[in-house]
Design a binder for this molecule. Structure first.
Ligand code: ATP
Length: 309
């Protein structure tokens, strides 16, 4: 089973407007609210890929109930730890010329006992999990080394840990030797405090992350595909040119592709084809954390994977 953790889920509210003019009344053409947060996006895409993922993390208040109901409608299993504080809202305003402006709330502050409750649940779930995906930032007052703690728990239970987070939380978590991490170039630049201009520099940054503890590193490059490497091999995946509609969540969809491919025992080439095709399909659709199975199948064949070394 694939289990996902979203410590800071959100109701993702999307407003479509013709144009956006600061300081003026904006008329909303259409509005949509969905269950969001990076780990939840991964869960939704795993479900579309016909697996039975389990979503975990923290949910509270009215917004928490809304997210549970949305997951119920999608027939997605979940075991969220209930908290007293309200789960956050995130707002994405998209104009006719496809410019997107996001407003992200910080999210709840945990109370005494919340983390302990979560810990009991995750230890129980580990017994039936093969792949654990943790995505996104912490909600407020989770200790910085908490992903490292989860990584260690995965190791003890022989569970593959896929971590998609950034900054100090990622740096610390590398000590637990996660099975796979997926930074994009901006995240790597910030993490390693370097500039990246060329493919060779992407590869050297990836090697540095392997030295720091990651077993496998996928560096996603948006419309330029990705570089995937481990201590032995380096691969490049090139993607076809597409008319992207909304690339937010393409990284999460890529992670879903990896999780499903690893669970099914895919070889690297097939794994990279699936994960990129998921990122592409997400980018072709307006909804975040959404892919179309037929589209994924079509684009799998159009992703070009090359072994560089
Ligand atoms: P997010 O954090 O919003 O989920 P990300 O920055 O982590 O995204 P990206 O590198 O933008 O992830 O995209 C992940 C994958 O999705 C890419 O490796 C690629 O396969 C696909 N993809 C994203 N944008 C495009 C695009 N414009 N054209 C083709 N493929 C794309």
């Amino acid at each position: 089973m694939i289990t996902t953790i979203t410590f800071n889920p959100s109701i993702d509210r999307m407003y479509r407007v013709s144009s956006m003019n600061i300081g003026e009344v904006q008329r909303v053409v259409s509005a949509k609210a969905t269950a969001g947060g990076k780990g939840i996006n991964v869960t939704k895409v795993c479900k579309i890929l016909q697996e039975e993922p389990l979503a975990m993390g923290f949910l509270g208040g009215y917004n928490g109930e809304f997210i549970k109901e949305e997951l119920r409608k999608l027939d997605i299993k979940n075991k969220f730890t209930k908290i007293n504080q309200e789960t956050r809202n995130c707002l994405n305003i998209i104009t006719d010329d496809k410019v997107s402006t996001e407003f992200l709330e910080k999210g709840p502050i945990l109370e005494d006992g919340d983390l302990e409750k979560f810990e009991n649940d995750i230890k129980e779930v580990m017994k039936s999990t093969k792949i654990l995906v943790a995505s996104g930032s912490y909600c407020q007052n989770i200790p910085l080394d908490y992903y490292e703690k989860i990584g260690n728990l995965c190791r003890e239970n022989n569970v593959k840990f896929i971590l998609d987070t950034s900054g100090e939380a990622l740096k610390v978590a590398l000590k637990s030797k996660p099975y796979l991490i997926k930074p994009n170039t901006d995240e790597i630049k910030q993490l390693l405090n370097i500039d990246i201009e060329s493919r060779d520099e992407v590869i050297s940054a990836g090697k540095k992350l392997i030295e720091m503890g990651a077993e496998n590193v996928c560096i996603s490059l948006g419309k330029d595909g990705m570089i995937y490497l481990n201590a032995e091999e380096v691969y490049e995946a090139k993607v076809p040119k597409i008319e992207a509609v909304n690339t937010v969540g393409s990284g999460d969809s890529t992670i879903a592709g990896f999780s499903v491919g690893i669970l099914r025992g895919y070889e690297i080439e097939e794994l990279l084809k699936l994960s990129n095709a998921c990122g592409i399909s997400n980018a072709l659709n307006i909804e975040t954390g959404f892919v179309i199975l037929e589209e994924v199948e079509k684009y799998k064949d159009l992703v070009k994977v090359t072994k560089l070394s």
